[in-house]
Write a protein that binds this ligand. Structure first.
Ligand SMILES: *Cc1c(COP(=O)(O)O)cnc(C)c1O
Length: 435
């Protein structure tokens, strides 16, 4: 084999180890140099083929380089379609907006205007928080245990994870943390608790501008909020003059089957944040959907140089056209989600429920191994056997399966087989950790 290390000595990762900051994270548990990707597969430089159940943390819901989107993008680039447009009117943006209105908004009777924020989820969250504070004239925000909303300071204030919060190096304020659905067990309704706090002028909780919530907590460990709880939360927010922000950045775009993860509970959020899979191709793009009556922004109040990524608009439009004009993708996500559920339940049933349990919703599911160390070993073992996935949750104890929504069933089974073998080899069939 030729020497891959280049000028820095050491192994084939020497360039990264020498020149890239220690802040890198996912790469540490997936030691390979990747070159190409197609569908559910990633190809490494050494010839190894991996199944990808990480999928850019649900940024690639249609798989890597989906052909329908790739051809639309290639054609657009070939005719010198504008790439960067700030927020000038571009035909690419116009086409995306129309497709979004016709394919998504109108059939659901949603009357949103679209804010193109900076192209990350965190920036969409920043914009949503600012807007809610501007509308209400209040500053407090209600966010939930294990919520993840990004790592810029405003978004980080809403994020629960202590490791990420500590990296801020400063106090994170303006947020009251409430227990998420089920956090205190099934007998405590934490939406009632919020109602209590907000009704009591002496509770110490300031009247909130907004409640920000994920319907399924992606980074927080696949905790699922029940539809009744979400409905009650929406009602409590409304009763107390707070806006409802649903963070759809990970759970949206079909991950739980419907386009929006909140559709199943019949919510009508005031503000919705979207990023990750909205462009459908892994291109940076984020949007904030704002109830038309709440759009009190003044020109340029929230700005950003990369709000006009036309390549992302082209693939986002193509994704809506190819995957969302009919219900067939949502139906197939429901089916495959059930398949994943039954497989994960079967894995969990082999073990003591205190050690292994299945979690999640739709095609956003995983296995709670109750220990970050065990989950880490499972992730590493799976990688050695050709499956890329990651762990989430407060202690990184939940191994997450985020295969492409369009994955073929044989590949889906193959990935789940690798996961099951990894769990079996790490824990052993007795429910005790293997020596
Ligand atoms: C990933 C994520 C974010 C942050 O998005 P970035 O693009 O990483 O800034 C916010 N909210 C949720 C629910 C996410 O999963």
């Amino acid at each position: 084999m030729t020497d891959r290390s280049g000028p820095y000595g050491g192994d084939e990762f020497a360039t990264f180890h020498h020149l890239e900051s220690e802040v890198r994270s996912y790469a540490r548990r997936a030691p390979a140099v990747f070159t190409t990707a197609r569908g559910a597969q990633l190809f490494a430089r050494d010839g190894t083929v991996y199944l990808d159940f990480l999928m850019g943390c649900s940024s690639l819901n249609y798989g890597h380089n989906p052909p329908e989107l790739k051809s639309a993008l290639a054609e657009y680039i070939a005719r010198d379609g504008i790439t960067h447009s700030l927020d000038l009117y571009s035909e690419a943006k116009e086409s995306f907006l129309r497709e979004l209105d016709e394919t998504i908004f109108r059939p659901r009777q949603l009357d949103y205007v679209v804010q193109f924020s900076g192209p990350t989820g965190a920036n969409a969250v920043e914009a949503a928080l600012k807007l809610a504070r501007k509308i209400t004239g209040r500053s407090n925000i209600i966010a939930f245990t294990n919520g993840f909303h990004g790592v810029s300071l405003g978004a980080l204030s809403c994020t629960g994870n202590r490791y990420h919060r500590a990296a801020a190096g400063q106090l994170l304020g303006g947020v009251t943390r409430l227990p998420y659905d089920g956090y205190l067990g099934s007998s405590v309704d934490t939406a009632d608790y919020l109602d209590h706090l907000l009704s009591d002028p002496s509770s110490g909780v300031d009247a909130p501008a907004a409640v920000i919530v994920e319907t399924v907590q992606g980074e927080g460990g696949l905790n699922v909020a029940g539809p009744e709880w979400l409905q009650k939360l929406a009602a409590v927010a409304r009763r107390h003059g707070a806006l409802l922000i649903v963070d759809e950045i990970q759970a949206g775009v079909g991950r739980t089957d419907a386009f929006f993860s909140f559709e199943a509970s019949g919510l009508r959020p005031d503000i919705v944040t979207m990023a990750k899979s909205i462009s459908g191709y892994g291109l940076p793009m984020a949007v904030v959907l704002i109830d038309r009556l709440l759009d009190v922004w003044q020109p340029g109040e929230h700005t950003g140089t990369f709000r006009g990524n036309c390549h992302a608009f082209v693939t986002a439009r193509a994704a809506l056209e190819h995957f969302w004009r009919t219900d067939s993708l949502a139906a197939s996500v429901r089916e495959k989600g059930n398949l994943v559920k039954s497989r994960l339940d079967r894995i969990a049933q082999k073990y003591d429920p205190d050690r292994v349990s299945a979690k999640g919703r739709g095609m956003m599911r995983g296995i709670d191994l109750k220990s970050g160390e065990v989950a880490g070993q499972v992730v590493s073992t799976a990688f050695q056997n050709g499956l890329i996935l990651e762990a989430a949750g407060p202690k990184d104890e939940v191994v997450k399966c985020l295969p492409p929504l369009v994955i073929a069933e044989d590949q889906l089974s193959q990935g789940l087989d690798i996961l099951e073998d990894a769990i079996d080899s790490v824990i052993g069939s007795t429910g005790h950790m293997a020596a």
